[in-house]
Design a protein around this ligand. Sequence first.
Ligand SMILES: Cc1cc2nc3c(=O)[nH]c(=O)nc-3n(C[C@H](O)[C@H](O)[C@H](O)COP(=O)(O)OP(=O)(O)OC[C@H]3O[C@@H](n4cnc5c(N)ncnc54)[C@H](O)[C@@H]3O)c2cc1C
Length: 1009
Amino acid sequence: MRSLQSEVEQRGRRILGLVDKHPESLFSKAGFYQRLMTLSMRDEQLKLQLFRFVDVLPSLRTSGEIVEHLQEYFANAHDSRKVSEFLGAGIRLARMVPWISGPILRWNVSEMARQFIAGRNPNDVMRTLRKRRAQRIGFTVDLLGEAVVSETEADEYAARYQNLLESLAGETKYWTDPLGKNSELFPVVNLSVKISALYSQMSPADPADAVAHLAPKLRPLLRRARELGAFINFDMESYAHKNTTLELFKTVFTEEEFKDWPHAGIVIQAYLRDSETDLRDLIDWGRTRGTRFAVRLVKGAYWDYETTKSRQNGWNFPVYLQKPESDANFETLTRLLLENEAVVTSAFGSHNVRSIAHAQTLADELGIDRSRFEFQLLYGMAGPIKRALVDMGYRVREYCPVGELLPGMSYLVRRLLENTSNEGFLRAKFSEKVSAKELLRNPCEILRGSRNGVLPPSNATINMTTTTPKTQPGAPYENAPLTNFALPENQEKIRAALREQRKQFGRKVPLTINGEKISTDKMFSSVNPSQPDQIVGYAAEAGIPEAERAVAAARTAFEKWRRTSFEERCQLLERAAEILERRRFELSALEVFEVGKPWAEADGDIREAIDFCTFYARQMRLIGRPRLTQNVPGEESYRHYWPRGVALVIAPWNFPMAILCGMVSAALVTGNTVIMKPSEQSVIIGAMLMEIYEEAGVPPGVLNFLNGKGSVIGAHMVDHKDVDLIAFTGSREVGLWIWETAGKTREGQRELKRVICEMGGKNAMIVDSDADLDEAIVDSIYSAFGFQGQKCSALSRLIVLEENYDRVMERLLGAAASARVGNPDEPGIVVGPVIDEAAYRRILDYIEVGKSEATLAYQAKELPPHGYFIPPTIFTGVKPNMRIAREEIFGPVLSVLKVRDLDEAIEVANGTDYALTGGFFSRSPANIERVKAQLEAGNVYINRPCTGAIVGRHPFGGFKMSGSGTKAGGEDYLLNFLIPRVVTENVARHGLAPEKTPEYRDEFLWPKQ
Ligand SMILES: Cc1cc2nc3c(=O)[nH]c(=O)nc-3n(C[C@H](O)[C@H](O)[C@H](O)COP(=O)(O)OP(=O)(O)OC[C@H]3O[C@@H](n4cnc5c(N)ncnc54)[C@H](O)[C@@H]3O)c2cc1C
C-alpha cells in the first residue's frame, strides 16, 4: 500500500498538471496590476510605499491631490525611477499633467480592485455569480465596508446583510446544485458574515456583552436565511475576537429556534496555536447539539497584524511563526474534520495545492464522497486551481466580496500582501515557478528537517533571538507585557480580584515614618467614585508634626542610603517590580474601585509602574559607575553623580500607581530618600506601594508614606529647608505654586531646590483631509473619553479640516453615542465616573460654559443612577479664544474646531498655554513631516491615539505650561534627581604616566560597606 504522502504528491501533481493548462493571468507580465506585483516582489521597501499609496488613493478627491501624494510617496529618486516603470510615465510628467495622470491612476487602481471585488452592490454581483454558475462554481458573498465605529453604522450593516440575502435568494431561486448530490448540505445561497460589522463596542474582555448585543441583531438574519433555505457562515477575524465569535456561534445555534438548523458555519484558523483545541470543542458541542454544522478551515488572514500587535504588547504569539507549522496544522485539522464528518461539514479554504491535495487524499482514504465537502477559494485568485478542482469533480465555492472601492481598500491591500508574500503558495507557484516537488513537500517533513524545529529565518519569520543578553548594559529594554483580557483565564483572574477587593472595603492604612506604622486621630476616607457610599478604605491623616518627623527621618536615613551602592538600590527596584507583578490583578482591581479605572486602563497603570522600576534600575546601572571624561595621559578625570538629598514626591490620582511609583523609584534608585504623598483620592493604592517597597526591603526612613492635605502638609514640606527635591505631577495651579515657592531659599537650606514638575495639557489632534477615518474616529474617541478624559495626555481639542468636516462629524458623533458608559467593575467600559464630587461639579460647570460659548453637538443621556458620572460631551463651533478651547477641563468633554487648511490647524493647535501631547491623522507624507516638525507638544503622535505612553518607548512629559521639560520613562530622567560631580587626579609622577586609564572605575563610596 502506498503511503499517504506519496498519494498526496501524486494527487498534487495531477492538480498542478491541470493548473498548468491555464496559467494564472494575475501573475503574467502585462498590465498595471502585474507591474505593481512585480515591483513589489522585487523590493520590500517599495512594496510598503506602493501599498500605502494604493490605500490612500480612493480617499483623494482631485487629480492634483493624487499626483501630490504620488510625488510624496515616491520622493526618493531610486523609488521614483522604479515607479515610473509601473506608471508607464515619469512622476515629473504626471505632475505636469495631473488632470490626465490623476484619473488614469485612479482608474488603474479601481480596475485592480475590481479583480478582487466581485461587485459594487447586490445587483452588480449577480453578473459575476451567473458567470461562475456556468463554470459550476458556487458562491459565498461577503460585504465590504468601513470599520464599524458606531451602532448606527452597525445597524446599517445589518440592514445591508438582510438586503443582500433577499436579493441573492430572489435572483437564484431556480439555481440547482452543481453536483446534484448531497445538495441538502450545501444551499446555493451562502452569506459570509463579519461579526465586528454588527456591533461597534466589541471588547475582547467582555464576550458576554458582545453576545448579548450581537445575538438580537443576528436572529432576524438567521431566521430569514432559514426561511429562504440559505446558509450563514461566521467569518473569523482577529484573535482578540476569536473567543467571542465561537461563543456567539455556540450560543445562538443552541437556541431552540436554531438548534436543528444545519446550515450554519464558522471559520477555524489553522495558524492559531489553539485552533485544535477550539475545533475539538466545537465538534463536541456539535455532537451534543445533535445537528450538523459546517467549518471552513483556513490558515488565516491576519498573520502580520497578530504578530505586530503581540510584539507591541509583549504577548505570546497566538499564531505559529513558521509557515510550515501552519501548513502542518492545517493538515492535522483536516484530518480531525474529516474523521468527524458525521457531525461537521467541511469547507477547505486554501489556494495551496499541497493542502488541497492532502484533503482530497485523506477524504478518499476515509471513504468520504467528494460531494460531501467543498473547496473554497477567493474571488480573483487562483483561477486555474478552481478550474482544475471543478474538472476533477469537486465542489468549489468562491468567496465573493461585494462593496465600493473605498471601503474595500483594506481588503484589496490584504489580497495584494497575500499575493506578494514570500511565504505564499501562489507567489511560489505562479511567480517564482517553484518546482512541483518543492510545492508538494510534506510540511511535517520540512519541520523535521529543520534544526531543532527552527527553520532558517525568512522575511516573514520573526527573529526572536537578540544577540545581547537582556541583562547586559546596552541590551534592548523590554517592557512588562500588558494583560491580554481576550484570554478567559485573565478575565477570571480580574473578576476574582474584584470580588476579593470588595471584601476588603473599609480597610485602614497607617502612615509609615522611619519604618514605624503610625495611626492618627484623624482618618481620611477614600470612596468608590462609581458608588460614593462605598468606602474603599480609611487612611491616617498626617498633620505638621508627622510631616516634621518624616522629613527628619528621611534626612537621617539619607546619610547611609547615599552611600549604598547603586547596584543594591537597583535590586530594590527590581524586587519591587516582581512584587507588583505578583500582585498585579489585586492592584488593578483596587484601582477599579478607588479611582474608577476600566480594567485595561488599571492594568496599564500597574504595568507602567513595573516598567518604571525595571527601566530606572537599568538606567541607573548605565550611569552609576564613575566614567572617564577624557583620555589624557597623566590625569584621570571621572564624572559621577551624587543624590540630591530628601525628595518630596507629590503624585496625582489619575495614574495612582504608575506616576507615584515612577517618581518614588527614580528618587530611590538615585540614592535620595523619599517622602511620598499620594493623592488623597488614591491613598489606599499609595499605601500599597509603601507595603510593596517594605516587602522589597527598603530600609526604615528611606521611604516614608505620608497621607494628608496638600494645602497643609504638602505646602509645609515644599517650603521646608531640609527638603532638597520636589517631584510633582498634578495641576498647573499647584505646580506653579511649587515652582515659585521652591525658588525661595530658607535659612539653613543646603541646596538650591530642584523641582520636577509635570502639569496638565489642552491637547489637540488634527484630522487631515486624507486621513483614514476608520482609525481617526476610533482613536479620537478613545483619546478623548478613555478613563473619562482624566489623563493629562487626553484629547481635548479635535481640529478638523473643513474639506472632510461633515463626514468626520457624522461618524464621530455616532461613535461617541455608542461608547459604553458605566461602572468600570464591568468589563468593556470606556467611560466610568470622574474622580470625586468636586471634579464632577467643576466639569458640569464647564459644560455650561460650553453651552453658552459653542454648540452642544452631542451629550450622552443614559448614565448610571449613582456615582460621579459625567456624560461624554462634544461641542462644535468652538473658536480658539473660547474658554472651553483654552482651559483644562479634565473630563469627557471634547471641543471640535473647524479650520480651513493645515496652516490654520497648526496655528490653532499651537495656540495654547500648554504643550503636552498632540496628534495628527493623515496619509500625506509631506504633511506628516511638517506636523512632526511644527506641532508644539512634548509627545507628538501620528495616526494613533494621543494617550498611552509606554516607558522607554515614549518618554513622557511636556513643556510650556505643561511641565519643566522632563521626560518620565526617558533615558535622561534620572539626571534630574542627581548632582553631577567630577573628581580629577594627577597620576603622573615626574612625567611618568600610566599607559592606560580605565573608562569606568568603582563608585566613590566611603566608608566601604
Ligand atoms: C474562501 C476563503 C475564506 C477565508 N476566510 C477567512 C476568514 O474568515 N478568516 C481568516 O482569517 N482567513 C480567511 N481566509 C484565509 C486567508 O484569507 C488566506 O487566503 C489564507 O490564509 C491563505 O492560505 P493558503 O492556504 O491559500 O496559502 P498558503 O500560501 O499556503 O498560506 C499562506 C498563509 O500561511 C500563513 N502564514 C504565512 N506566513 C507564516 C509564518 N511565517 N508562520 C506561520 N504561518 C504563516 C498565513 O495564514 C498565510 O495567509 C479565507 C480564505 C479563503 C480561500
